[in-house]
Design a protein around this ligand. Structure first.
Ligand SMILES: Cc1cc2nc3c(=O)[nH]c(=O)nc-3n(C[C@H](O)[C@H](O)[C@H](O)COP(=O)(O)OP(=O)(O)OC[C@H]3O[C@@H](n4cnc5c(N)ncnc54)[C@H](O)[C@@H]3O)c2cc1C
Length: 561
């Protein structure tokens, strides 16, 4: 955040009265108050680090420079230099013990913490690409034959969906063009167990350092083979598309409106499918697992059932025989085993968090993983959010379908009576998403402009606030995870317009450690619920994280003298 930007938020707030009016009668913040959260050393370090981030040569070559410095200074001195400069600015400490004072200091200024163990594998692009395709069965996977043969959907569409959710080696290095998010690469089941253990330790750290006030952040791609998430995503997309075509309805309409069993069966009969009543009853059981009259298509409630096989979960109707068939019949025992392991790990993490009174937020990742991640996150919310919002899912406003995804998930949360917890972000994978969509040949999933994304962000937030009015306090909450001052100001204004007191905690805010402090501390001092993402981990292992922070802050230091 540049000096100009810093002054601009202060001045705009005063001019528009947005923050000031909204805070009244809550405790007022003052510039002096938050600035005492920083020592002179902190402030000077911030200026120097952010200034260095604006030197293009340094940022572009940061990895080479760090490697050279490590050789030149030796491991110990290198660590000391980094800890008093870049690490000190962006990383909260190496260990849980080192993070504690930071958590305490933030808490004194009413800023809470989200702990994020930020160790990343520092592998080459070639290694990343190899890892992406390792374990893919056969040279080339096939689009589901049962759907192609049905003739209901043209082959081109089925193949297009298949390609979208297939590993493409040239996009195997998922770090390319991504600065705002961390990437996990699959290195075997043991490695995923270790990641699970790290998440468990983070939860312990949150419980101890924040007295269960904080959160732990997790990424599902760390807990299993990412290709499985692609596969589940494809199965979801193909099944939804199939039933959409079969019933002549949109997915949204089907899920959001109550389509009765009779109506559904009539539509299938109208399609000319010859199935006897026993087969149709069987079909109904497959699409309405909870037997509550709603058409669901897949048993999202039992997605977390570790005993259930992946191949059994997604079934479609063979329109020639009228029988149900598995959507994908070439899943190997190994894939089934890995899927069960992944579910076990997720459940372990969630159970541990709940037992410690710590809440967890599940990060959003690339769109080809998102249907699976979102569905699993929702299944976890359904299981663990009965009494309060223990699990939050992340929604990316840069996606064209952001609002409709939120709409559907809120509908399910209302229907099943669980707490809908949402972290709302702009999205971190824009350039990569656009390049992949163009190369693979599907529609660009990203909103056409920055303005369209901002508008989507506000619409999502407004819709969530409406939902809170409809369901009443305590059933819906949203975290505005952004450094964008307009987005934050809009959120504060929406709270004011809807008489949502900061103490109600229906909307909270989050920024990364070392970034946007003037906003975080101002919000905290004004009584809003605000969090800092606190990355931590051994210096040597957080270097990729630091590289990305340097890239993300390229323009921030430009305003400095
Ligand atoms: C606490 C926290 C948690 C986060 N968790 C996640 C997560 O789980 N998943 C995730 O994907 N990201 C996550 N992010 C990153 C986030 O998605 C953004 O990439 C990052 O915060 C920058 O956006 P901003 O809202 O802070 O706004 P700004 O700093 O104003 O950044 C705006 C960004 O929006 C981009 N943009 C978006 N849509 C468009 C468009 N259509 N056209 C042009 N530009 C566009 C711009 O390139 C620019 O980089 C998180 C961020 C924070 C602070």
């Amino acid at each position: 955040m540049s000096n100009d930007q810093f002054h601009s938020i202060q001045e705009t707030e005063t001019a528009s009265g947005a923050f000031a009016a909204a805070t009244d009668p809550y405790p007022r913040w003052s510039r002096g108050q938050w600035s005492v959260s920083k020592t002179n050393f902190d402030l000077i370090r911030g200026l120097v680090v952010l200034r260095l981030c604006s030197v293009d040569f340094l940022v572009q070559n940061n990895q080479k420079i760090l490697t050279y410095l490590r050789k030149l200074l030796g491991a110990n001195l290198f660590k000391t230099v980094l800890k008093s400069s870049f690490c000190g600015q962006f990383v909260a400490g190496e260990t849980r013990e080192e993070v504690e004072p930071t958590v305490g200091k933030l808490a004194r200024f009413d800023v809470k913490s989200i702990l994020d163990y930020s160790v990343e594998a520092d592998i080459s692009q070639e290694e990343a690409e190899e890892k992406a395709v390792e374990g893919v069965i056969g040279e080339k996977t096939k689009a589901p034959e049962v759907i192609v043969e049905s003739g209901i959907i043209d082959e081109h569409t089925v193949t297009e969906i298949h390609e979208r959710y297939t590993v493409h080696k040239e996009f195997g290095d998922r770090r390319t063009d991504v600065v705002a998010a961390r990437t996990f690469f699959y290195a075997g089941e043991r490695d995923c167990d270790r990641n699970r253990d790290v998440f468990l330790q983070s939860i312990d750290a949150v419980a101890e350092t924040t007295r269960s006030q904080g959160w732990a952040a997790i990424k599902l791609t760390a807990l299993g083979r990412p290709q499985l998430l692609l596969k589940i995503s494809e199965m979801m997309a193909q099944t939804q598309n199939f039933y959409k075509a079969l019933t002549g309805s949109t997915y949204e309409t089907l899920v959001l409106s109550r389509m009765s069993h009779d109506e559904f069966i009539q539509r299938i009969k109208d399609f000319g499918i010859k199935a006897d009543s026993r087969q149709l009853r069987e079909l109904i059981q497959t699409i309405d697992f909870d037997d509550d009259g709603f058409v669901d298509f897949h048993d999202w409630g039992t997605l977390l059932d570790e005993k259930k096989k992946l191949g059994e979960m997604f079934q479609v109707l063979n329109i020639k025989t009228g029988k149900l068939e598995p959507l994908i019949d070439d899943l190997t025992e190994r894939e089934e085993g890995e899927f069960a392991n992944m579910m076990h790990r997720m459940v372990d993490v969630a159970e541990h968090a709940v037992s410690k009174g710590v809440r967890i937020m599940i990060d959003a990742e690339q769109t080809y993983f998102q249907p699976a991640i979102s569905r699993l996150a929702l299944a976890m919310m359904r299981r663990y959010n009965k009494d309060r919002g223990n699990i939050f899912n992340t929604y990316q406003a840069y996606l064209k379908n952001a609002l409709s995804t939120i709409e559907i998930d809120m509908h399910l949360a209302r229907r099943e009576n669980f707490h809908f917890g949402c972290k709302l972000v702009r999205g971190a994978y824009m350039d990569q998403e656009r390049k992949r969509a163009e190369a693979v040949g599907y529609d660009d999933p990203i909103n056409p402009s920055f303005e369209a994304t901002s508008e989507m962000y506000d619409r999502c937030l407004r819709r969530i606030i409406e939902e809170r009015s409809a369901r009443g306090p305590g059933h819906v909450s949203v975290m505005v995870a952004s450094h964008n001052e307009d987005a934050i100001r809009n959120a504060v204004n929406m709270m004011k317009d809807n008489n949502i007191a900061p103490s109600e905690r229906v909307i909270c805010f989050a920024q990364l450690y070392g970034m946007c402090d003037q906003v975080s501390f101002s919000l905290g001092q004004a009584g809003y619920s605000v969090y800092k993402y606190l990355p931590y981990g051994p210096v040597e292992d957080v270097l990729p994280y630091l590289s990305r922070r340097a890239l993300e802050n390229r323009n921030v230091g430009e305003g400095f003298p």
